[in-house]
Design a protein around this ligand. Structure first.
Ligand code: AMP
Ligand code: GLY
Length: 430
């Protein structure tokens, strides 16, 4: 198979790394990729929003299978674009069409979908600028803390949680009237706050059947002990100790299966990943959100635990043949530490030379925001490297990850020191 993977982050490096290991992979191309993906395949300088450019690659390189990493091209209808062309539609495709991706593209749509299909979730009401006064009044009837969510895509930044009514009212006004998150906050959901611990659950589905991938816990806040602003994710751990057999059975029965049945009932074809952002509220799973893709940095932990030939699963997904497919998952632990540019998630500088990548490493080093300048690997984003340690215990995986992290540096490098600590014996979430 000649495979085209679309995207350029740590998630795509981890997917490329896994795809490369398959005996079914002939050539692997990544568009546009990063300095890390160029180590496992061939980068092609076409951005993920350039559908015509990507179509040209498919024709020129005889692509047999397309895998889409990020959400934006999915929400913008990349699958539908390929399906409208008589030649391109024959290429196997992993990633939902525009209708399926709407589960991530609109939080109002996904909330209504959850409610229609009995998926446990937080209560919410949606307001537009035209109904601002009604929204401000509604806030006075809500319990604190109040969750405000931009309806559209906001790169993980569209949620404000407020412990104070006046502050929530100001935020609602800012979101709706001043378009704090641009068009994404043209509508805002006022949502009930769920108290619990989060986890990320992933399936690969052909719209009827699915395989359950390893679950992971993401560390969203920038600072140790979950302090400071939210980020795209500062680290991940897999497996998650509290996601035991009983809890995962509830997740499958109450969340995953009703979702897939719901897609069928509504005649929404879906071949791709679904990422369920779940809150464990006293042992009961509640769905916070859907994403139409894998998580980042969760993928950098999750891929390392999959033993099965991943390309075989991707092909089965694209062909609608997942029914009898089984996935084999390693019982080992994976701990991913994200190394970021100083200042992230606020302003940061790019172009810093990364030292230490050539050293022997007990961990896997996935590139997130890197590029090659004069044959040197330099920083090219906020999240720069995702370092994944493996081990038979969480402690060992964590030790391996941090040992590698300590050998890599650049001016201004920052990372959390406590990834996985809360899940260790005696930790907060044991
Ligand atoms: P999202 O953009 O939907 O992933 O939300 C970002 C983060 O906000 C989530 O990962 C949660 O930590 C938090 N969050 C979202 N919705 C809720 C909720 N209803 N209750 C508590 N926390 C929430
Ligand atoms: N790590 C969370 C996400 O990918 O949205």
């Amino acid at each position: 198979m000649n495979i085209l993977l679309i995207g350029s982050g740590g998630r795509e490096h981890a997917l490329a790394w896994k795809i490369k290991q398959s005996k079914l992979t002939n050539k692997l191309y990544i568009a546009p990729g990063n300095a890390g993906t160029s180590l496992v395949g061939e980068n092609l300088p076409v951005k993920s929003d350039d559908f015509h450019g990507l179509a040209k690659i498919c024709n020129a390189k005889n692509i047999d299978l397309i895998v889409v990493g990020p959400e934006v091209p999915l929400v913008n209808g990349i699958r539908d674009f390929f399906e409208q062309d008589q030649v391109l539609k024959k290429i196997l495709f992993v990633g939902p069409g525009e209708k399926g991706a709407e589960l991530e593209g609109s939080k109002d749509y996904s909330k209504q979908f959850m409610l229609r299909h009995g998926v446990p979730t937080a209560n919410a009401k949606t307001f537009s600028a035209a109904r601002l006064e009604e929204g401000l009044h509604y806030l006075t009837t809500c319990q604190l803390p109040i969750v405000l969510k931009a309806d559209g895509l906001a790169a993980g930044k569209g949620v404000i949680i407020s412990n104070n009514l006046e502050e929530a009212q100001t935020s609602l006004r800012d979101m709706l009237v001043n378009r704090l998150f641009g068009e994404a906050s043209a509508q805002v959901l006022v949502e009930e706050f769920l108290e619990g611990i989060e986890l990320s659950v992933f399936v690969l589905t052909d719209g009827t059947d699915y395989v359950l991938l390893p679950e992971a816990k993401d560390y969203k806040r920038v600072g140790d002990k979950d302090t400071g602003p939210n980020t795209g994710g500062m680290g991940a751990v897999s497996p998650v100790i509290f996601a035991d057999r009983l809890f995962m059975k509830k997740v499958e029965e109450k969340i995953i299966q009703p979702t897939i049945t719901g897609l069928n009932k509504e005649k929404i074809p879906y071949r791709g990943f679904i990422f369920f952002g779940i809150m464990n509220v006293s042992g009961e799973p509640h769905l916070i959100e859907y994403n139409a893709r894998m998580g980042d940095p969760e993928t950098e932990a999750v891929m390392t635990r999959i033993q099965s030939d991943f390309v075989e699963l991707l092909i089965a997904c694209a062909k609608g043949e997942l029914k009898h497919k089984k996935i084999v998952i390693d019982s080992d632990y994976a701990v991913t530490v994200m190394m970021v540019s100083g200042g992230y998630p606020g302003d940061y500088e790019k172009g810093k030379i990364i030292a230490g990548l050539e050293l022997p490493s007990p961990a896997l080093v996935f590139h997130a925001g890197t590029t090659l300048v004069n044959n040197k690997i330099v920083t090219d984003g906020g999240r720069v490297l995702a370092v994944t340690g493996r081990g038979q215990s969480l402690q060992e995986a964590k030790k391996n990850a941090y040992q590698s992290v300590s050998g890599i540096s650049w001016t201004g490098v920052y990372f959390r020191k406590d990834i996985g600590v809360d899940l260790l014996p005696g930790g907060k979430h044991e």
